[in-house]
Design a protein around this ligand. Structure first.
Ligand code: GGG
Length: 350
């Protein structure tokens, strides 16, 4: 029987609640589809930071290298640890260390969910560049706290980094409806974003079966609200992708439905799976967090681990659950009720 070695980082706040929910469903799928899980839970979080002075141990990355996949709940507890510390201490170093340069975020309405838009017929796959760009972490501050203080933060776009994410986007478009929208702001950002546009044009002839559109981020934000059904695969830089996918989450009913995968496409390191949402301290440990995004992210993890049947079954069980009105409206059901409903739907399929 195949065994998948998983590192679980529940993290902070509702990250703990939804990781537990996702793992209950994944374990149910493992029983049904005949694979084993060898899980290790790592307590890396803001609480860990308060106890040790770091979000993860010095050998954290080396520890993670041994796993087939990483599952992450959420990071952040701004009351005690600044967000920039927690993010740069855990999530971002993992993405960078394992070359998880493709962050995949699907946006579509699940059955039974009423999004805020009149039209529900959209199915968008956002591909966010995940290791460089505006999140490169290159910069500094001088004369801190003084009148002449200066803060500089440089976005870094490398040819290798831009080419590989664009190729990933083209390939995803080939596997779907054959349309790629590349999002930049090349009228204002005349170096990095013009370079991104040029790279897109340079690569396009290699993918003759893909039609390409170029859009500026502001126009794209409007399009995702006004005509989301016209979009297929969308590729964008790190920050632009982050912002667009919160908009994507909003049109699919909320952050509780937005799943994501941080993929290391060449397999040189483990990939990491996480719901798009953060730790939501205001509702942590109340048993009311929506676990759908976390469970869907778990299905994406199983797909990545070559358990396609189990992944499809979980997604179908999620659809049955929301179709039955369970977890389809904010606050209508508890985390435990939604999780149990997904497991029940999974068992009914058998
Ligand atoms: N579920 C992971 C999480 O906690 N995300 C919160 C967040 O702020 N992420 C930053 C990012 O993805 O750029």
């Amino acid at each position: 029987m195949k065994t998948h070695k998983l590192a679980l980082i529940p993290g902070d706040g509702i990250g703990v609640d939804v990781t537990d929910a996702a793992m209950q469903v994944i374990r149910a799928a493992a029983r049904r589809f005949g694979f084993q899980l060898d899980c290790r839970t790592l307590p890396w979080s803001c609480q860990y930071y308060l106890e040790t002075g770091a979000m993860m141990p010095d050998d954290g990355i080396e520890t993670l290298r041994d796993f087939d996949a990483i599952y992450l709940g959420a990071v952040g507890w701004p009351e005690t640890v600044p967000d920039a510390v927690s993010l740069h201490g855990l999530l971002l170093p993992i993405r960078k260390a394992f070359n998880q340069y493709a962050n995949i975020r699907p946006h579509r309405l699940l059955p039974g969910i009423e999004g805020p838009l009149r039209s529900g017929g959209f199915d968008i796959l956002c591909i966010r560049e995940n290791t460089e760009g505006e999140y490169s972490g290159a910069g500094g501050r001088v004369h801190q706290g003084k009148d002449d203080e200066v803060a500089v933060e440089t976005s870094i776009f490398t040819r290798a980094g831009v080419e590989r994410i664009l190729r990933f986007g083209f390939e995803q478009a080939q596997a779907r409806r054959g349309h790629l929208t590349s999002v930049t702001k090349s009228n204002a950002q005349k170096y990095s974003m013009v370079f991104w546009d040029e790279m897109t044009r340079q690569l396009a002839p290699e993918y003759p079966d893909v039609t390409v559109s170029h859009m500026h981020i502001d126009a794209m934000a409007a399009k995702m609200v006004m005509a989301p059904e016209s979009l297929d695969v969308v590729v964008a830089s790190n920050l632009f992708g982050d912002i667009l996918t919160d908009l994507g989450a909003a049109i699919q009913g909320g952050l509780g439905y937005a799943a994501s995968a941080n993929i290391c496409p060449d397999g040189s390191g483990p990939s990491m799976f996480e719901p798009v949402h953060g730790s939501a301290p205001d509702i942590a440990r109340q048993g009311i967090a929506n676990p759908v995004a976390a469970i869907w992210s778990g299905a994406m993890m199983l797909e990545h681990l070559d358990e396609g049947q189990a992944a499809a079954a979980i997604l179908s069980a999620i659809e049955t659950t929301t179709g039955r009105g369970i977890g389809a409206r904010a606050g209508s059901h508890s985390t435990a009720e939604i999780t149990q409903a997904v497991i029940t739907a999974l068992e009914e399929q058998a």
